[in-house]
Design a protein around this ligand. Structure first.
Ligand SMILES: Nc1ncnc2c1ncn2[C@@H]1O[C@H](COP(=O)(O)OP(=O)(O)OP(=O)(O)O)[C@@H](O)[C@H]1O
Ligand SMILES: [Mg+2]
Length: 476
């Protein structure tokens, strides 16, 4: 029987919790979102929300602009981009990991460079408001950014460009689980589902809380049909139809740069209005905006919006249910479903999730800052993330050699783990600087247990290269 989500956490493990608040280096916890990013500065004393200085808001638009001499980021980039759409780039996250350069006015830059501008300004602002140096960061990444993903590398490069010298990555759903959740978070032993309604995608992540309190990501599914951006597009289509306009008015190509600029501006204005209506409709039964060059007043009700989004939402949620099935998890095993992301402010999301999973639904306290707040908590638990050395047992003997000249290259193992060897057999061969090949011999009989340098490695005198079990152990 799964635990209820509001069951009290078991007494925390004293060893794990003792050092929870020791933050040796101030750390900036950053969530890079498709539409907005947030940052929290973590010091030993407190957490400080780092706001975008240009808007005073807690969420920085994930946007950059280049005015020809210097970068602008966040709200400053958004403001500049309203006038100069050709020198502005929003939804920067969607370009991470793409090869080539992006053109902003007279300049062209890689996505990592542009993301570096945003992270650098966040770091500067954090140092300003915190009065400390912040060179360590915890940055959240979508669950789909697995090891080796070029989007990860682009973010790490951006962070290095921004002056961060130590950067930890944390999967967004694992950060969300650590964030404040209304009614309390998961308990040890729980299985849970975290659904993030973001601007770029909707992601469901299956998590479990291990005995030591750490949270494990067991599976995820990412869908785009009801992302915030996609919902905005559906609303725009509806508004245009009601105002007697078509998409072609907003996508028509022109050779005249002034006309192109006008089209880009009006498309942007339409997008802003659609989004504003969506936000209003999450709390009000109806919303009205002036649409198109003739400023036709168009009204939309919450019920109508629900009808527009429902098919995409149901499709995503069906896919999430299938993901649970594939993982062999029954819905009744879920302690709860946690909803987060700006899109979860639309009441229909909770209705559909409840009807699908029949499990308790919980919300993060702040939908858009949750990942950054959770990352801040993770930054505090740095003391947990260490491993202690395992000393050799009586049976294991590590071997090392003194190499003529001190080092060698092109190490090549001659035996596999488990192989027996005689005293003068070659365990490996390596090349000295003069090009000669030298055998690394054990000098005693025994069995090879494990090698500690890869074939092809460069090695130095004194490196522990292999662990063996000797037939007659040396006197220690
Ligand atoms: N009140 C609201 N009602 C409906 N949607 C909202 C509301 N407030 C914000 N949103 C939408 O939420 C989205 C932004 O949410 P969030 O900040 O969680 O996404 P993100 O982190 O930028 O994107 P992602 O996680 O996909 O990278 C936008 O599409 C925005 O329009
Ligand atoms: Mg997000």
């Amino acid at each position: 029987m799964p635990r209820r989500i509001d069951a009290p956490l078991r007494k925390p493990d004293a060893n794990l919790r003792r050092n929870e608040n020791v933050v040796r280096r101030p750390t900036l916890a950053i969530d890079v979102g498709t539409s907005g990013s947030s940052a929290v500065l973590v010091t030993s004393e407190r957490d400080i929300l780092v706001e975008d200085p240009h808007a005073g808001g807690s969420v920085w638009p994930t946007s950059v602009a280049y005015d020809g001499t210097s970068p602008r980021v966040g709200a400053a980039a958004e403001g500049f981009g309203r006038v100069h759409p050709d020198k502005h780039l929003g939804r920067l996250k969607q370009f991470l990991g793409e090869p080539g350069k992006l053109v902003l006015g007279e300049g062209s830059f890689t996505a990592a460079e542009l993301a570096g501008w945003l992270l650098a300004e966040m770091r500067e602002q954090a140092e300003r408001v915190g009065g400390v140096e912040a060179t360590r960061a915890v940055i959240t990444v979508p669950a789909s950014y697995r090891a080796g993903d070029p989007r990860r590398d682009a973010l790490l490069e951006a962070a290095a460009r921004a002056g961060f010298t130590t950067v930890e990555l944390l999967y967004e759903p694992l950060a969300t689980v650590e964030a404040p959740i209304i009614g309390g978070s998961f308990a040890i032993g729980d299985l849970g589902l975290v659904i993030d309604f973001g601007a770029g995608s909707t992601t469901a992540a299956l998590i479990s809380v291990l005995k030591n309190g750490t949270v494990e990501l067991l599976g995820h599914d990412e869908r785009t049909e009801c992302s915030g951006a996609e919902i905005d597009r559906l609303i725009m289509t509806e508004l245009l139809a009601r105002a007697g306009r078509t998409w072609s008015d907003y996508t028509r190509h022109s050779d005249d740069p002034a006309q192109r600029m006008r089209t880009a501006r009006s498309r942007r204005a339409l997008e802003d209005r659609a989004r504003a209506m969506k936000h209003q409709l999450s709390v009000h039964p109806s919303a009205i905006e002036l649409i198109g060059p003739d400023e036709v007043p168009v009204e939309l009700t919450a019920g109508e919006l629900t009808k527009i989004i429902a098919p995409s939402l149901l499709k995503s949620v069906d896919s999430f249910r299938a993901m649970l099935n594939t993982r062999g998890v029954r819905m009744t095993e879920l302690a709860a479903v946690v909803l987060s992301g700006g899109g979860s402010r639309l009441p229909i999301t909770e209705d559909v999730v409840t009807d699908t999973f029949h499990r308790p639904v919980r919300h993060t306290v702040d939908q858009q800052r949750a990942a950054a707040e959770g990352a801040a908590r993770f930054a505090r638990s740095i003391e947990r993330r260490h491993v202690r050395a395992r000393v050799a047992t009586d049976k294991e003997t590590p071997l090392r050699w003194d190499l003529p000249g001190g080092h060698a290259t092109d190490l090549e193992w001659q035996l596999e783990p488990g192989a027996r060897f005689g005293a003068s057999d070659a365990l490996a061969v390596a090349r000295l600087d003069d090009g000669s090949l030298w055998e690394l011999r054990p000098g005693r009989t025994g069995t090879l247990v494990r090698t500690h340098a890869a074939t092809g490695a460069n090695i130095n005198s004194g490196d522990w290269l292999v662990t063996v079990e000797l037939d007659i152990r040396p006197f220690r």
